[in-house]
Design a protein around this ligand. Structure first.
Ligand SMILES: Cc1cc2nc3c(=O)[nH]c(=O)nc-3n(C[C@H](O)[C@H](O)[C@H](O)COP(=O)(O)OP(=O)(O)OC[C@H]3O[C@@H](n4cnc5c(N)ncnc54)[C@H](O)[C@@H]3O)c2cc1C
Ligand SMILES: *[C@@H]1O[C@H](CO)[C@@H](O)[C@H](O)[C@H]1NC(C)=O
Ligand SMILES: *[C@@H]1O[C@H](CO)[C@@H](O)[C@H](O)[C@H]1NC(C)=O
Ligand SMILES: *[C@@H]1O[C@H](CO)[C@@H](O)[C@H](O)[C@H]1NC(C)=O
Ligand SMILES: *[C@@H]1O[C@H](CO)[C@@H](O)[C@H](O)[C@H]1NC(C)=O
Ligand SMILES: *[C@@H]1O[C@H](CO)[C@@H](O)[C@H](O)[C@H]1NC(C)=O
Ligand SMILES: *[C@@H]1O[C@H](CO)[C@@H](O)[C@H](O)[C@H]1NC(C)=O
Ligand SMILES: *[C@@H]1O[C@H](CO)[C@@H](O)[C@H](O)[C@H]1NC(C)=O
Ligand SMILES: *[C@@H]1O[C@H](CO)[C@@H](O)[C@H](O)[C@H]1NC(C)=O
Ligand SMILES: *[C@@H]1O[C@H](CO)[C@@H](O)[C@H](O)[C@H]1NC(C)=O
Ligand SMILES: CC(=O)N[C@H]1CO[C@H](CO)[C@@H](O)[C@@H]1O
Length: 535
């Protein structure tokens, strides 16, 4: 779009606000901040009619997350990110932050009547071979990270689907095909780089005003800001957004401290894993009981091979898709014994072969649906529970409510987590926020996809009810596990409360230390929050 057109649109914005005068105080502050950002940053998209607005506000995985921010800011570098955050806090404007945009939680990474910060220009990965580390920009997709690492025959503990973003996945903990060996994705971060804006809130003169003092960079790692390092591992956007020690240069009696940070890069450990055996085996739905039984056998192997990893999904509402077993052995060894429990079940398709891990992950399929949501629950593996779940998933009355919606499609996901995931993660040092128990467990996910925008509530109610049936079955069997995997959870699930009282207490303490008035908790309002904070 040419400058003349942009100026014209700018005039329209100013005209509508001054002449029509229809903006309330919140909208006025947001519009004012957007105009100020537009004058100081390179890439600010102001109004819905600008050509870049639609692709950007809808640049995400699920249409349920398409919102209408007042403007979209795409900072190009650290100076711009600091500038953006300064302007937003000065005007007390609500905002959302987006990395890869793959969270299906509607306001986690997008916003109505607020500002969307799009981190996609933080897209550099720098490999540090001597230290086996890679510094990854927070706005990257995992596929871009592998493009940088593949020439060196190394990999990271990262997401299992290449198109997903780095930022949200890491801050939500992150499950990887390498997790039995090295723990969760967040456990493999050795440094979080946080760009921060330190400021002070003027307590009496104007409740909203932030007096800005300084802008700098902070590292959170095993030796520096350890409390923040630990909090960020599972702390979602609560700490990425709101932390750093504040030392006002001019101390005024009526100022309380406040500070705000955005994670701009993650330094991750790399590992020499490259050629693997793996791919997808598909099954007809009638094999569901056999698949559940094999899954139990696989999980109860007393010498579970940590190089073997899998993720099972079954689309019980769609015979055509059926059961989908993504499996990978992290060495170039065909049909290893670790997967033996599955080999006798007849398949309807099989793409397993020797290939690179990146190629294997590139072969993963996601059905072509436009609206998505997820619900998580966790339990210990148990054959009787597994057969109850298999039966719920084909007979729950709510399945009909899902199938009645255009494209309505429900998948169950079984993600085996061995106790060694927890031990391997702990061995990486620094701790995390998750409150995991070192037991064998299954992170169960319900993924629901559909097409009809008018049926969001019907779909969510039905899926939530099926999740409740499964959680109750786990409770009846005495196999319930408290932890909920954030990256598979529904926005209504109080994920952080499930980290347990000790972890929540520690997170609250870190928050109290840095942001006692919850200023930033309130400005970044979407996604999973610390329980009780706004009470
Ligand atoms: C097809 C598919 C496959 C998946 N596979 C896996 C998997 O293998 N393992 C796994 O663990 N998860 C997986 N997920 C879930 C995924 O981890 C979450 O959807 C995650 O939120 C995606 O991260 P993102 O950066 O793309 O998301 P976004 O939607 O951009 O962000 C999610 C949340 O993180 C916050 N956030 C992001 N970046 C920052 C930052 N730099 N600072 C502060 N806050 C930030 C956002 O504000 C938002 O609240 C998958 C999702 C999809 C759609
Ligand atoms: C936004 O910035 C562009 C480019 O700097 C400028 O041409 C335009 O006038 C600005 N828009 C408004 C409404 O100020
Ligand atoms: C916001 O309100 C102030 C004070 O009333 C006014 O001067 C300004 O023009 C308004 N800004 C916008 C963008 O509406
Ligand atoms: C301003 O208007 C928006 C959009 O209609 C509304 O969501 C918000 O609550 C209003 N805020 C105030 C302070 O009135
Ligand atoms: C500006 O940002 C939009 C998305 O917000 C993007 O499509 C576009 O390529 C960016 N332009 C530049 C010059 O970076
Ligand atoms: C990567 O591995 C291949 C064999 O799989 C080998 O030919 C190549 O030299 C290796 N590259 C590096 C950088 O080690
Ligand atoms: C920020 O603070 C640091 C250390 O207190 C100081 O060295 C630096 O000059 C300050 N920067 C600005 C922009 O005030
Ligand atoms: C940890 O932070 C300190 C202080 O900023 C920094 O000097 C050090 O290099 C960081 N460590 C790592 C592993 O990045
Ligand atoms: C995990 O399961 C294996 C196989 O049943 C068992 O040998 C191991 O003791 C279990 N570990 C824990 C901590 O329960
Ligand atoms: C089942 O899935 C296939 C493949 O994704 C799709 O083409 C088909 O439309 C789906 N059927 C129903 C009833 O949703
Ligand atoms: C830019 C981008 O990834 N957009 C995607 C948003 O989600 C829809 C539905 O899955 C995709 O078709 C787009 O490619």
């Amino acid at each position: 779009m040419g400058h003349t057109m942009k100026q014209l649109l700018g005039l329209v914005v100013l005209w509508s606000s001054t002449v029509v005068g229809s903006l309330n105080s919140t909208q006025n502050a947001t519009t004012t901040a957007c105009l100020q950002l537009n004058s100081s940053l390179n890439n600010v998209t102001l109004v819905p009619s600008e050509s870049q607005y639609l692709p950007s506000s809808q640049d995400n995985w699920s249409e349920t997350c398409w919102k209408t921010p007042t403007c979209i800011v795409q900072p190009l570098n650290n100076a711009e990110i600091q500038n953006a955050v300064q302007v937003l806090t000065e005007h007390n404007v609500k905002f959302a932050i987006r990395s890869g945009g793959h969270s299906p939680s509607p306001f986690a990474a997008n916003i109505d009547d607020g500002v969307l910060i799009d981190l996609s220009k933080f897209n550099q990965a720098i490999y540090d071979a001597p230290n086996s580390l890679v510094k990854v920009g927070a706005g990257m997709r995992w596929g871009e990270v592998h493009q940088v690492l593949d020439p060196h025959n190394v990999t990271v503990v990262g997401g299992r689907v290449l198109n997903v973003g780095v930022g949200g996945l890491v801050l939500g903990s992150g499950l990887s095909y390498l997790s039995d060996l090295y723990g969760l994705v967040c456990d493999n971060v050795v440094n979080f780089e946080v760009r921060l804006v330190a400021g002070a809130r003027c307590a009496f003169c104007n409740i909203h005003q932030i007096v800005l003092a300084n802008a700098s960079i902070t590292n959170a790692n095993a030796t520096s800001n350890q409390d923040l390092f630990r909090a960020l591992k599972g702390g979602a956007n609560n700490f990425g957004m709101s932390i750093a020690p504040f030392k006002p240069q001019v101390v005024r009696p009526r100022l309380t401290k406040a500070s705000l940070g955005i994670v701009v890069s993650f330094t991750l450990s790399t590992y020499p894993i490259f050629q693997v055996w793996g791919g997808i085996k598909t099954y007809s739905l009638e094999q569901l009981p056999a698949l559940f039984a094999s899954m139990y056998q696989y999980q109860s192997n007393p010498n579970k091979d940590p190089y073997a990893n899998l993720m099972f999904q079954a689309f019980t509402t769609n015979e055509t898709v059926g059961g989908v077993l993504n499996m990978v052995y992290l060495k170039p060894e065909v049909s290893p014994p670790a997967f033996a429990p599955f080999y006798s079940i007849p398949t309807t398709g099989d793409t397993t072969k020797l290939q690179t891990l990146t190629q294997m992950m590139g072969g993963q399929r996601v059905p072509p649906l436009t609206r998505w949501d997820w619900f998580a629950t966790s339990f210990k593996p148990n054959p009787s529970l597994y057969s109850k779940i298999a039966s719920i998933m084909v007979s729950a009355p709510e399945l009909a409510d899902i199938q009645a919606v255009q494209g309505g499609s429900l998948a169950l996901g079984l993600q085996p987590i061995s106790a060694s995931v927890v031990h391997a993660g702990a061995a990486r040092g620094g701790g995390n926020s998750l409150g995991l128990q070192a037991v064998n467990q299954t992170w169960f996910a319900l993924d629901v996809g559909w097409l009809d925008a008018g049926k969001d509530q019907q779909i969510r109610t039905a899926t939530g009810a099926i999740r409740e049936r499964i959680a109750s079955a786990a409770k009846e069997e005495g196999e319930q596990v408290e932890y909920l995997f954030m990256n598979d959870a529904n926005t209504e699930q109080d994920v952080i409360a499930h980290y347990g009282a000790e972890s929540v207490g520690r997170l609250r303490e870190v928050q109290r230390r840095y942001d006692p008035d919850f200023v930033f908790e309130k400005l970044v309002s979407g996604g999973w929050k610390l329980p009780g904070v706004n009470e």
